[in-house]
Design a protein around this ligand. Structure first.
Ligand SMILES: Nc1ncnc2c1ncn2[C@@H]1O[C@H](COP(=O)(O)OP(=O)(O)OP(=O)(O)O)[C@@H](O)[C@H]1O
Length: 135
């Protein structure tokens, strides 16, 4: 969207904003190693949830956590790039901004891991008991 288009409204602008969002998404997937790792974990957890036949409520929690984690990582990347745009020199405030943005991902990651344990541990224990219980 050109800067001159900012005042325009309407459906075409709405659709174009989707195209720009997809452009941003493609960029982080291709260029950001952390994003690659998060997507890998997301795929593995979804496969496990499917194998363990998660109930609908557990699927909803899992997808919410995955969506939150990926969105936060994308927002962290946006903040990193904005800081890089402002300065390429070492600056304590640039460090502070990047570290704080990264800490948001870290905090969400800790809670995502706890939720993951709460969701996966009981059905995994049950699965082990069924498979190895008779041994
Ligand atoms: N301009 C800067 N001034 C001071 N410290 C910085 C600056 N840029 C980065 N840092 C510090 O270095 C760390 C790593 O930054 P770097 O730019 O290498 O990676 P990133 O921006 O965190 O992520 P990516 O590897 O995806 O670019 C930051 O978290 C921050 O602590």
């Amino acid at each position: 969207m050109g800067l001159q288009d900012r005042q325009k409204r309407g459906f075409r602008r709405f659709i174009r904003s989707f195209a720009y969002a997809i452009e941003g998404l493609k960029h982080v997937i291709k260029k950001e190693q952390n994003m690659f790792v998060h997507i890998g974990f997301a795929i593995i957890t979804i496969l496990f949830a499917w194998m363990l036949d998660f109930p609908i409520l557990h699927w909803m929690i899992l997808l919410l956590v995955i969506g939150g984690m990926l969105s936060l990582e994308i927002m962290n990347t946006a903040i990193e790039r904005t800081v890089d745009l402002i300065t390429e020199e070492y600056h304590p405030l640039a460090k502070r901004a990047k570290d704080i943005a990264a800490s948001a991902v870290f905090v969400f990651g800790i809670f995502a891991a706890i939720i993951g344990i709460l969701l996966f541990l009981p059905p995994l224990i049950e699965w082990f008991q069924i498979v190895f219980g008779g041994v």
